[in-house]
Design a protein around this ligand. Structure first.
Ligand code: HPA
Ligand code: ZN
Length: 331
């Protein structure tokens, strides 16, 4: 099964590139940039990754990214992840990135875009993987700040495959960002949003109705609202689910009690993703394997999940056809 899951051409739709920063690279970049970390070893970093909830994780996530300063750092961060993803059998990666978290540290958007853009072109050329960029807004900061970043990104609008919404969910409903997402729509930029990870089902409704998103990131709490489940099924809305993330952030008690099987039974379109692989115990293959162990799913289920990811990816029709063919020939 491991071989089968590794070979399966997997598209990853929910990945925070800053959350792919492994402790080893964190130390390398800290040294390169003269940044002092509050840890004295890779083991000490890993030992600190015990989270009570989303906020507990976010505190370390924002601290960890303080080592990212130059375009070269962002390039190295993305390449490091792309190589691991490639070894996992990932053929397409859509990466969220958090410009506001970098601007707050004096790192310009140009620096982030240059480094990430370079890595995307390199991996497409050298490893044949495709990539997409999702510029995320931090929902625990004012909507005006999000709007300012969107305007500041004008030179890059063409390069953005979507905008997203992440960071601390509770108390920061999608409705707060209605204007920002309306502006993105006017600019022709597709939209996604984290909703229903820690927040209530109502946030999923708001993301659909007010932000007009084409996918929901996480969305697992939809099951608390049967009418919403019916709607998600009828409208074919894709949920980008992150099983190991949900365990580590205590959205669920353990993987065996994860609602993935219920989501599938309800006829929802779901995909498997790693979210923040360096913090949550592994990348795409680790997530697929963990689901195999927890749910005993057959090959057919994994083929269905991989197929849904290809259907919902921000790629050209030509690339979509190519990936569907690759999937068909891998089984
Ligand atoms: N949830 C919300 N915001 C995030 C996450 C997450 O898992 N990772 C990085 N930003
Ligand atoms: Zn996420």
């Amino acid at each position: 099964m491991r071989d089968f899951l590794q070979r399966l051409p997997k598209a990853e739709l929910h990945l925070h590139i800053e959350g792919s920063l492994e402790p080893e690279l964190m130390f390398t970049l800290a040294e390169r940039n003269g940044v002092t970390l509050p840890y004295d070893s890779v083991e000490a970093v890993k030992a600190a990754y015990e989270f009570d909830d989303l906020q507990g994780f976010l505190d370390l996530y924002y601290q960890g990214m303080s080592v990212l300063r130059s375009a070269e750092d962002f390039h190295d961060l993305a390449m490091d992840y792309f190589r691991r993803a490639h070894a996992d059998g990932v053929v397409h990666v859509e990466m969220h990135f958090d410009p506001q978290a970098h601007l707050a540290r004096g790192v310009e958007l140009e620096t982030v875009m240059e480094g990430l853009g370079l890595a995307c072109r390199e991996v497409e050329r050298e490893l044949g993987m495709s990539t997409a960029m999702i510029m995320a807004f931090l929902r625990d900061r004012p909507a005006e700040a999000a709007m300012a970043v969107l305007e500041r990104a004008a030179p890059y609008w063409e390069l953005l495959d979507a905008v997203g919404l992440d960071s601390a969910e509770r108390g920061h409903p999608p409705s707060k960002f209605t204007e920002v997402f309306r502006r993105a729509k006017m600019l022709g930029i597709p939209r996604v949003a984290h909703a229903g990870e820690e927040g209530p089902p109502e946030y999923i409704r708001e993301a659909l109705d007010l932000l007009e998103v084409c996918r929901i990131d996480h969305g697992v709490r939809c099951l608390e609202d049967p009418a919403l489940v019916n709607r998600l099924r009828d409208e074919g809305v894709v949920l980008t689910v992150c099983p190991l993330s949900n365990v580590r952030l205590k959205v669920v008690q353990d993987l065996a009690s994860h609602p993935l099987p219920q989501l599938l039974d309800a006829g929802l379109r779901v995909t498997l993703n790693s979210d923040d692989p360096a913090y949550f115990g592994g990348g795409m293959l680790a997530n697929f394997l963990a689901c195999h162990e927890a749910f005993g799913w057959s090959r057919e289920v994994f083929v269905q999940l991989a197929g849904t990811a290809i259907e919902a990816a921000f790629i050209s029709d030509r690339r979509r056809l190519e990936l569907h063919r690759q999937l068909a020939s891998s089984v």
